[in-house]
Design a protein around this ligand. Structure first.
Ligand SMILES: Cc1cc2nc3c(=O)[nH]c(=O)nc-3n(C[C@H](O)[C@H](O)[C@H](O)COP(=O)(O)O)c2cc1C
Length: 359
């Protein structure tokens, strides 16, 4: 297979000589350049080989997804590589996290590879261009695109908790007119106190205010609204969020963000200590992420769209999530380890699975 061989043997070794964030920036820069010209887009399509098959089509939240495979939040925080993501064949992408205020994020280094675990640790801290710039960028995109573009919104770091709702309302007012769906991110471990907003008493008014702001910003069109949760919540806390999401008229839940846990890793504990705090993503997150999905699926019983994310590194894992109740899946770390052939491999497996079940 051309894709995996060329990425794992030829591209990844060179990319991985660089510090992880620089490698990411290089990959984004190259994708941006490729996505801007027709020959580049053709090359990206050839690498990913995602079939354009109506059998992959998913209709959810009033949106048409050409396939259920999405690029998770954090890869394209500023909406600068959408053409390349489209050419790579993803069905959807979540831009962000975008905050009302532009912010630089945490000091570098803030992204680390745990190669033995096929994982990453990041403490980026919502580095992004801010809602105004991202909104203008999204507004400039042609309307006839097929890639579904969700926008993930979070709290600005320097804004105190008492102003956090207003802060996110500001971001949503800018972004709602240009988002196919919105996600309220209360689950990143890298903004102090953010995850406390998962408590129902705080989440309820936040979701209500965001819903109202989105409706005001787009009176004739209801933008679907979801919340993104952490993998480190107890079952009771997950049930409470699921209940609140249903009561609040949300459209879905994105599960999960990165974990603060470090159990069961192969990476030397001394190295983990040197790396320090941050969110762990990739293969070690898969078990927890699927448990969260199963719990949410049981509680919501088909009333909400569930987007499963966390440790999807291949077709089997993606199929497990779809079978466990996810309507859509997303990935990030898997793309770093597996390369651009991953969405195509997953798409072909979904098609084969559907064909088998029809037989
Ligand atoms: C470098 C990096 C940056 C991320 N930034 C964000 C972010 O800004 N907002 C967000 O909701 N999730 C962010 N995530 C979390 C991912 O969207 C995803 O939930 C998580 O990585 C688990 O999926 P994965 O195992 O496929 O990577 C980030 C992940 C990584 C690795």
């Amino acid at each position: 297979m051309r894709g995996p061989v060329s990425y794992a043997r030829l591209i990844r070794p060179w990319l991985w000589l660089l510090p992880p964030e620089l490698a990411h920036e290089l990959a984004v820069g190259a994708s941006r350049a490729a996505g801007a010209v027709r020959s580049g887009r053709r090359w990206l399509r050839a690498m990913s080989r995602v079939p354009d098959d109506p059998a992959l089509h998913v209709r959810a939240m009033g949106l048409d997804f050409r396939n259920p495979i999405g690029l998770a939040a954090g890869f394209d925080k500023n909406g600068v590589v959408l053409d390349a993501i489209d050419a790579l064949g993803f069905g959807f992408v979540e831009v962000g996290t975008v905050t009302a205020h532009p912010q630089p994020g945490q000091p570098r280094p803030r992204l680390f590879r745990l190669t033995a675990d096929r994982a990453l640790v990041n403490r980026m801290g919502f580095n992004n261009d801010g809602a105004v710039v991202v909104a203008r960028r999204l507004a400039a995109r042609p309307a006839d695109r097929r890639l579904v573009v969700g926008v993930n919104v979070g709290k600005s770091r320097l804004v105190p908790d008492e102003d956090a709702i207003d802060d996110q309302v500001t971001a949503v007012r800018w972004l709602a007119p240009h988002a196919d769906y919105l996600v309220v991110n209360v689950s990143s471990p890298n903004t102090p106190g953010l995850r406390d907003w998962q408590a129902p008493d705080r989440l309820r008014p936040l979701l209500a205010a965001v819903r109202e702001a989105a409706d005001e910003a787009r009176p004739r069109h209801r933008v679907p609204l979801l919340v993104k949760v952490a993998p480190d919540l107890s079952d009771d806390a997950l049930d409470a969020i699921a209940d609140l999401a249903m009561e609040s008229g949300l459209d879905g839940i994105v599960a999960t963000n990165t974990t603060v846990a470090r159990e069961g890793l192969r990476t030397d504990p001394r190295r983990l200590a040197r790396i320090g705090p941050g969110g762990l993503s990739g293969v070690p997150l898969a078990a927890r992420s699927i448990r969260v999905l199963e719990r949410l699926a049981q509680r919501t019983a088909g009333r909400l769209v569930l987007i499963s994310v966390g440790g999807i590194d291949g077709p089997e894992e993606a199929l497990r999530r779809l079978r466990a109740g996810a309507t859509l899946v997303q990935l990030y770390t898997g793309l770093v380890y597996e390369g651009p052939s991953l969405p195509g491999r997953i798409a072909r497996a979904i098609l084969a699975d559907r064909a088998n079940r029809m037989a």
